[in-house]
Design a protein around this ligand. Structure first.
Ligand code: NAD
Length: 249
């Protein structure tokens, strides 16, 4: 497909995992793509990397300005940078709550704020936020992380309403457990990584983890001009984890 031919995209957190797969897919479908990341060094041709920390408004504004200048405009923002957090309301400190909200929620707000003036100039403007099934499912040991993704879900709907008449669509993807370096780090920290992986796979109706490429395909679907009538939605990419009550035989 070449539905992004002539379009430009910025992907935050695009140096790893879901963001990296998304940036690559958008480029293969014709977009000129810039990646904003804490460490954009893994990003190679045809993508261009820009270093920024989404918790630092000045660095976000500078990176967005440089990327938009080099791309020659902006049609698509994939607001994807995020971090995990484990624990309950009793175990996570106020500092942890502030920091994870700063990255996962305010990071998306800052990036959107810097990008909106450029998106208004596009005839095919779209924002896709990486949310999570944690936004709408009760997952143990994920109180803080889930609260940030609940906020991302509400933010997606509110932004969709605020900008629909400006021709800017806003949607989110809700991935389940995705086989990215992030999940790799979780497994490495477990007492028995193989058993932990087996447990993660067993809770998937499909019996396997979601791949980053599968989430990227959903992001591209929502960002594509072919989806011009889709705004204010959340697309689950979770192997049926939330909606199904079945397990493979
Ligand atoms: P990842 O750790 O592989 O990649 C995250 C990227 O974000 C990294 O390149 C990192 O450098 C960047 N990043 C982190 N903090 C940043 C900051 N302050 N400023 C700029 N860049 C920053 O993780 P992933 O699994 O690909 O996760 C990407 C998104 O997907 C996150 O928003 C996450 O919440 C969401 N998600 C992941 C899963 C999963 O199972 N992996 C499930 C649901 C949702």
């Amino acid at each position: 497909m070449s539905d992004f031919e002539g379009l430009t995209a910025l992907v935050t957190g695009g140096a790893s995992g879901i963001g990296r797969a998304t940036a690559g897919l958008l480029a293969r479908r014709g977009a000129k793509v810039a990646v904003l990341d804490l460490d954009p060094s893994p990003v190679g041709d045809p993508l261009t990397g820009y270093a920024a920390d989404v918790t630092d408004d000045a660095s976000v504004r500078a990176a967005v300005a440089a990327a938009v200048h080099d791309l020659g405009g902006l049609d698509v923002l994939v607001n994807n940078a995020g971090i995990g957090a484990q624990g309950t309301v009793e175990t996570n400190s106020d500092e942890e709550w502030h920091h994870v909200f700063d990255v996962n929620v305010l990071g998306m707000v800052r990036t959107a704020r810097a990008c909106l003036p450029h998106l208004r100039a596009s005839a095919h403007a779209a924002i896709v936020n990486t949310c999570s099934i944690a936004a709408t499912a009760g997952l143990p040991q994920r109180a803080l992380y889930s609260a940030t993704k609940g906020a991302v879900y509400s933010l997606t709907l509110a932004m969709a309403a605020d900008h629909v008449r400006e021709g800017i669509r806003v949607n989110c993807v809700n991935p389940g457990t995705v086989d990215t370096p992030w999940v790799g780090r979780l497994l490495d920290a477990a007492d028995d990584p193989a058993a932990e992986r087996a447990a993660l796979e067993a809770r998937q109706p499909t019996g396997r983890l979601v791949t980053a490429d599968e989430v990227a395909a959903a992001v591209a679907h929502l960002a594509s001009p072919l989806s011009a009538a889709i705004t204010g939605t959340a697309l689950a990419v979770d192997g049926g984890m939330q909606g199904l009550r079945t397990r493979p035989a």
